[in-house]
Design a protein around this ligand. Structure first.
Ligand SMILES: [Zn+2]
Length: 114
C-alpha cells in the first residue's frame, strides 16, 4: 500500500527534525496533501497511527490539510480550481494546455514538539 511508505517517510522526517532541534516528543504534525497527489487521507491516517506506536511520535496527532487542485490555462489565460482529484481540460474553455500549480504536494507544514 502506497500510504504505508508515505506514512513511514513522514514519520522519519518528523522524528529527525524533532531530535535535531533537541526535543523528545512530537505532539502533532500537520501535513499538506494535494488532491492530485493520489494519497487517500484516511489511509494515510490509518497507516500513521499504526506506525507511530514505537516512536517519539506515539502521542502525535496527524492533521491532514487537503490542498485543492489549481492550475493556469495557457489557452484562455485564466487560473482555475477543480474539486476533482484530476484535471483533464481547462474548466473555463476546455483547453488542453495548462499548468498545474498546486494539488500535488505532500509536505509537512507544521510540527508541535516538546
Ligand atoms: Zn482555458
Amino acid at each position: 500500500m502506497h500510504e504505508v511508505s508515505i506514512a513511514e517517510s513522514l514519520l522519519d522526517v518528523a522524528v529527525d527534525n524533532c531530535r535535531q532541534s533537541g526535543h523528545t516528543r512530537i505532539n502533532s504534525i500537520q501535513v499538506l496533501i494535494g488532491k492530485a497527489s493520489g494519497v487517500m487521507p484516511e489511509a494515510l491516517l490509518f497507516a500513521f497511527d499504526s506506525m507511530k506506536e514505537d516512536t517519539i511520535a506515539r502521542d502525535a496527532t496527524l492533521d491532514i490539510v487537503e490542498v485543492p487542485l489549481r492550475g493556469h490555462c495557457n489557452v484562455c489565460g485564466k487560473d482555475f480550481e477543480v474539486e476533482d482529484r484530476y484535471v483533464l481540460a481547462c474548466p473555463n474553455c476546455g483547453g488542453l494546455q495548462y499548468t498545474v500549480s498546486s494539488g500535488r504536494e505532500l509536505t509537512i507544514a507544521e510540527m508541535e514538539v516538546e
